[in-house]
Design a protein around this ligand. Structure first.
Ligand SMILES: [Zn+2]
Ligand SMILES: [Zn+2]
Length: 349
């Protein structure tokens, strides 16, 4: 098969022929029809994750099952599927309670083993992790769910328990941030979107953000003060959808008393733990919540909203490219200013 191969940390990515994967026991091989280019891929490429080289990145995917390993009960070749980027073992107490996203033995395609920037990808514990893609949902829309969209959904609906009529501040209007804007509106909340990029803010506005704030990424932008003014006391919920110290601090300080901060953007330990305004967290009794993907068990209500047209992840896809184009784009993802998601179609020449 053709795959995008990373031979060294920070080096060029080469698209070349590699051996086809074989299904692990309890797992499957999926022919990949759409796979999203995500900032987490950049973190792995930059050396912020423990990966074995040579490596194939890619963790947001959808496609068609091409081979089934021994012991798989629920799935057959030809099924259209997607998968959370956090694949639980399917056996531990966390997986059995529907929380494979925090499984201590989880596998992550594109991190713990070769991922989906390839024509085929192997996936583990298929019965616990695969999600059927309904007829009405395209593979590209389904691929958008595996990481950023599902993570945003779980962050707001599951972790923050966002309610209709509440204010949400979304810091960062990239793939996960724009997903959060769309989901927050669908849940009946009002949204303030923050970004440094005018076209990303325009996209957030088009998705229903009632206010957009431009930040240069420094404390001088005064984001929290502007949010407090707009919301008369601060947001009920705020999301750091970027993952850096200032974005996280802006999210926390833009909250009202008893507000809920959700950390979605990655803060890799390799770059050091962030300094946070914990005095405010104490004095205002703020909740700090982590969100790490979403388990297959939590997909049905989200898929129902997609099938009904309330949520439209396909609208967040800005462009679809080939593996070769994706290989050229990945090293610049930290500096890119996309207004939406970039999808790779690995079957495209
Ligand atoms: Zn991702
Ligand atoms: Zn588990």
């Amino acid at each position: 098969m053709r795959a995008m191969v990373m031979d060294r940390v920070g080096g060029p990515l080469e698209v070349r022929e590699v051996p086809d994967p074989v299904p692990p026991d309890g797992g499957v091989v999926v022919q990949v029809h759409a796979t999203g280019l995500c900032r987490s891929d950049w973190h792995a490429w930059a050396g912020h994750e423990d990966i074995a080289l040579p490596h194939v990145p890619g963790h947001e995917l959808a496609g068609v099952i091409s081979a089934v390993g021994s012991g798989v009960r629920k799935w057959s070749a030809g099924d259209r599927v997607t998968v959370p980027f956090t694949c639980g073992c399917g056996r531990c107490e966390w997986c059995l309670s529907g929380n494979g996203q925090v499984c201590p033995s989880q596998e992550q395609p594109g991190f713990t083993h070769w991922g989906s920037f390839a024509q085929y990808v192997a996936l583990h514990a298929a019965d616990a992790n695969l999600v059927a893609v309904p007829e009405a949902v395209s593979v590209a829309a389904a691929a958008a769910l595996g990481c950023r969209f599902a993570t945003a959904y779980r962050a707001l609906a599951g972790r923050a328990r966002l309610a209709a009529g509440e204010w949400v501040t979304v810091i960062g209007a990239g793939g996960v941030g724009l997903s959060a804007v769309m989901i927050a509106r669908a849940l009946g909340a009002s949204v303030i979107a923050v970004d440094r990029n005018a076209s990303a803010l325009a996209a957030a506005r088009a998705l229903g953000a009632s206010h957009i704030l431009t930040s240069d990424g420094s404390a001088d932008s005064g984001i929290a003060a502007r949010v407090h003014e707009i919301t008369e006391g601060g947001s009920h919920v705020a999301v750091d959808a970027i993952g850096n110290e200032q974005a996280c601090a802006d999210s926390i300080t833009s909250l009202r008393r008893h507000g809920r901060h959700v950390q979605v953007g990655l803060l890799p330990q390799a770059v050091g733990n962030p300094r946070l305004p914990m005095a405010r967290v104490i004095a205002w009794e703020l909740d700090l919540l982590g969100s790490h993907g979403m388990a297959a068990a939590d997909y049905p209500p989200m898929l129902a909203l997609i099938q009904g047209g309330t949520l439209r992840p396909q609208q967040l896809i800005e462009r679809t490219v080939s593996l070769d184009d994706g290989a050229a784009l990945l090293p610049g993802l930290d500096r890119a200013r996309p207004a939406g998601m970039t999808m790779i179609d690995p079957q495209r020449a």
